[in-house]
Write a protein that binds this ligand. Sequence first.
Ligand SMILES: Nc1ncnc2c1ncn2[C@@H]1O[C@H](COP(=O)(O)OP(=O)(O)OP(=O)(O)O)[C@@H](O)[C@H]1O
Length: 408
Amino acid sequence: MTYDIQGLLAEALENDFLVGGLGLAALGAAYGVLHMVLGALWRLGAARLWLTVTLDNRTDGFRHLLLWLEETGALRKSRRFHVDRNAKDAFAPAKGVHWFRVGAQLVRLSREMSEKARVGQSQRPLETLSIQVFGGRKAQVQAWLARGAQIAEAMERDGPKLFQYASSYWQELCELPARPLGTVLSVDDRLERLLEDVRWFYAAKDWYVARGVPWRRGYLLYGPPGTGKSSLIRAVASELHLDVATLDIARRGLGDEDLREAMAEAPDRAILAIEDIDAAFQGRDPGDALPGISFSGLLNAIDGVAAQEGRALFMTTNHRERLDPALIRPGRADMHVELGLVGAAQAAQLFARFYPERADLAEPFAAALGTKRFSPAELQGWLMAHMSDPEGAARAEGLQHAPMLAAE
Ligand SMILES: Nc1ncnc2c1ncn2[C@@H]1O[C@H](COP(=O)(O)OP(=O)(O)OP(=O)(O)O)[C@@H](O)[C@H]1O
């Protein structure tokens, strides 16, 4: 029997087909084992190296992630989009896998939609977003979602929040009513051009990085009192879903260090506004070190804003000619916008807005003003004083004189 088996084996080993077949089977088995081991190692490695977060459209996080993605512009090279009411401008990543980078990190995003599973009252398809970040940390994705939540909140709000620096912190004062840019009067399209510039700035991070320029931009609004400098800042903030953080640099007790700190810690996504920038240096030599802030302290604080990524700084003044050129040079005030007195055409617009039911009187009002020019605040004051008397308002007799009630 033993002999037979040995014989058979010897015979079999001489058979090239059988030996080849056995060899192949052994190779196949070895490949299978190697595949299993490598697969297990990959999954182990992936679990350790890739952070994966999955969200579905029953959660707020789903929308917040889309909003954050849109803001980062990470998918701008993508060619596949889905028109989505969850995204701000309706362009969201399409179904499937997208690869992109956030800073130096590689990110894989996969969006799936299931037509079978329906959610919510509207019975929309169940969707999932799975985001995988190579070398990612949980806190990082949490921060992305928190940013998306902030954008969502700003979109749902009517107007910008107003913050003011109080001693050592930024105090949220109130929520301002939204102010469309069209409600701020101007003699030409300079306000629209300013808005476009600010919009460009907030989306131009890569442009600044590529040129090695700090991602900050300064705007100087100047013109006589009551011509809309503060109104314009609020309108720009409303249009871009930003907040406004105002800093009163003439406030007693504000020193250089407070100023630097205030500017460095201004709330995220807030336009930083220093109104009446000339007020702090009225009658002072720029080099003076009187109590309060010094001129060099102000310059340093403005330059320090550069350390904050993506910050727009607005300064306003009634007297641009009084400002030191160092304060308003490009790099500190990159764009200067004059707000001036307005004439009959803008007055007619304001009239029609005040009395929509008597818009027919706007032209006679303009004619009564002739070629005179007014600050919009003066015109507004006049129209408000004649709220119930549009005919009287349109005659414009005595305009320029604020209504006064004298004591008997
Ligand atoms: N260009 C404008 N268009 C519409 N309303 C304006 C305009 N300018 C001023 N007003 C109105 O006048 C009032 C004062 O305006 P605002 O505070 O914006 O002016 P300002 O230029 O900042 O004044 P100041 O230099 O005195 O601080 C506001 O109620 C505002 O609505």
